[in-house]
Every structure is written in structure tokens, then in C-alpha cells.
Design a protein around this ligand. Structure first.
Ligand SMILES: [Zn+2]
Length: 144
């Protein structure tokens, strides 16, 4: 049996890499670089702790438990990144302004202004007035 086949057989039914693993990996690299400058024993211990969690999760055969952990991580991550989502969208999409309705918390996709100036739109969902910059008359779209 070839070496690769042995590894494949060993890894069969094991969990492997997921978003949480990549998150831990990112922290490990960050701490490794940080520790090159500060030479702290505490950072070393934290790093070893993170690596042992990573390895445990990577080789774990309890896939359902690892998947549940990953889902909890993704939920927390999405909740923390939600306020920055519209900033990211506004940078990516040059034709629209993404604004969150304060009343119903839905994100509105608004047409970009052709001239500067504060404009108002009515939220199609709850009817609350939303202030934004635009002059064009386009249909307001929902995002989630
Ligand atoms: Zn609304």
C-alpha cells in the first residue's frame, strides 16, 4: 500500500478543515509572528492550546459535534460582522447605496446619487422614512 493510500485510510471518517479551523489557524499565525517580537511564554502556552484544539478537531471522528461547534462559530461571526456588512457592500457596489432601516432592520438597496445632497426614501416594508443621498428615481430593493 502506498503512503498516500495509508493517509487516506487514516483520514477516512475524520472531520478535517472548516471555518473554525481556519479562524484558529489565522490566530496561530498571528500569535507566532507576534511572539517573534515579544518572546512571551504566555503567548507560547496559548498557541500550544490553540494548536491542540485544532488538531483535536481535525482528527475527530465525532463529525456532528464538530459541525455544531462550527455552526455556533459562524453564527457568532455573522452577528459580529453584521454592522460592517453594509460598509463592505458600499465599497464593492459602485452603483448603489446600502442603508439599514432603523425600524424594521432590513437592508435597503438604494440608487446612488447623481448629485450630492440628503434625500429621503420610504422603507417599502415598514413605511419609515430613511435618509440617504440620491436624485434618481429607481425601485428600492430589499436585501434579506
Ligand atoms: Zn423599514
Amino acid at each position: 500500500m502506498k503512503f498516500i493510500n495509508k493517509i487516506q485510510k487514516f483520514m477516512y471518517g475524520r472531520y478535517g478543515v472548516d471555518n473554525l479551523y481556519r479562524f484558529f489557524f489565522g490566530w496561530c499565525v498571528f500569535l507566532l509572528i507576534l511572539n517573534m517580537f515579544i518572546h512571551s511564554k504566555i503567548v507560547d502556552i496559548v498557541e500550544i492550546f490553540i494548536v491542540s484544539i485544532m488538531l483535536y478537531r481535525f482528527f475527530s471522528k465525532n463529525i456532528y459535534a464538530r459541525r455544531r461547534e462550527n455552526n455556533v462559530f459562524l453564527k457568532i461571526k455573522n452577528k459580529m460582522l453584521k454592522p460592517f456588512k453594509n460598509i463592505k457592500r458600499n465599497i464593492k457596489d459602485k452603483d448603489h447605496v446600502y442603508k439599514r432601516c432603523r425600524k424594521c432592520k432590513k437592508t435597503l438597496k438604494l440608487p446612488l446619487p447623481s448629485k450630492r445632497g440628503i434625500k429621503h426614501a420610504k422603507c417599502p416594508h415598514c413605511g419609515k422614512r430613511v435618509s440617504f443621498f440620491t436624485f434618481k428615481h429607481e425601485k428600492i430593493e430589499f436585501i434579506k
